[in-house]
Design a protein around this ligand. Structure first.
Ligand code: BMA
Length: 302
């Protein structure tokens, strides 16, 4: 079963950006006080990506800032790892700081970068937290068994699986362990990767993930959900067998990369509602709405 799309999708396109960009897509999402924030990937006319902030009071209509807030040039001694762009931010609030994991792209190939901020105005770049090739990194919002944990997606030969590792300081990571792999013969058979920061529920950690299947001349990116054990987060205890969002509408079918729904940000409200921010065809920002209960039920059907 698919989750509900917002009727006014897409909520942001490049026409809403007050400066010249090719596209705006794949935002990280978080609530700061009463404000909904999207840290959006913008592909600049050069074809390299940076981030810009968009703000909203209701989570539906967003105003995009008048200039990028984080660019490759802000990366000082790490510039060589992000020279070709920074992509797909995921935001996790820990204490009063927001930790942002994202792809650094360069001739060294994609790796996971980490920065932090308190206000989304100034950012401290902490550096790479993986070797290449790795992407799709999401940090859990609290310590489990005395450690911070992150999910990521190393590219090992032809394998594209989700792995987990732990840390005491969010900078040094180790004890890597395999979590799960694409299900063969299904919509996600070629690659999977964590989409969003995990949300804590009393049944386990909820995670959105993307799955990819290649066919003929193209690929299809769809979204699923899984539930990870609360205390042993490397254990998958539930998983959707069918996608919960697939590219069906024109704004998901046609764009810079056709037939893609991709997400790296969602916001859980205190009442259990969940706003999933996603992009159609790598060319816009859209909203879909669900609840913790619906997601838990969908994960049960595995
Ligand atoms: C992935 C990432 C995303 C992109 C998706 C679909 O590998 O690069 O940024 O949205 O492909 O093109």
């Amino acid at each position: 079963m698919e989750i509900l799309r917002y009727t006014k999708n897409p909520i942001l396109t490049r026409d809403n950006v007050p400066f010249r960009v090719n596209s705006i897509f794949n935002p990280g999402a978080v609530k700061m006080g009463d404000k909904y924030l999207l840290l959006c990937r913008i592909e600049m006319p050069t074809g390299r990506s940076s981030f810009v902030l968009a703000e909203s009071n209701d989570g539906n209509s967003f105003i995009v800032s008048d200039k990028p807030c984080l660019t490759p040039k802000n990366h000082g001694k790490y510039f060589k790892y992000v020279e070709w762009g920074i992509e797909d931010p995921r935001i996790t609030k820990i204490g009063d700081e927001y930790f942002i994991t994202y792809t650094g792209f360069s001739s060294y190939m994609p790796l996971v970068m980490l920065s932090k901020t308190k206000d989304f105005k100034t950012f401290e770049v902490l550096g790479p937290i993986s070797e290449p090739s790795n992407k799709d990194c999401a940090i859990f919002p609290e310590k489990i068994n005395g450690f911070y944990w992150k999910l990521d997606r190393p590219a090992a030969e032809s394998r594209r699986d989700i792995w987990i590792s732990k840390s005491t300081d969010l900078i040094h990571w180790g004890v890597h362990e395999f979590v799960t792999e694409p299900i063969q013969g299904s919509w996600e058979q070629d690659k999977i990767g964590a989409s969003t920061q995990p949300i804590k529920t009393d049944k386990g950690w909820l995670l959105l993930y993307h799955g990819v299947r290649g066919f003929g001349i193209g690929t299809l990116y769809k979204l699923g959900a899984m539930l990870l054990d609360l205390n042993e987060p490397w254990k998958v205890i539930g998983r959707t067998t069918e996608p919960i969002l697939s590219p069906l509408l024109d704004y998901e079918r046609v764009g810079d990369v056709n037939n893609v729904v991709f997400s790296n940000g969602w916001i859980a409200e205190e009442n259990g509602d969940v706003k999933v921010y996603y992009s159609g065809a790598d060319s816009n920002i859209c909203l879909a709405e669900t609840t913790i209960i619906e997601l838990l039920n969908l994960c049960k059907k595995s």
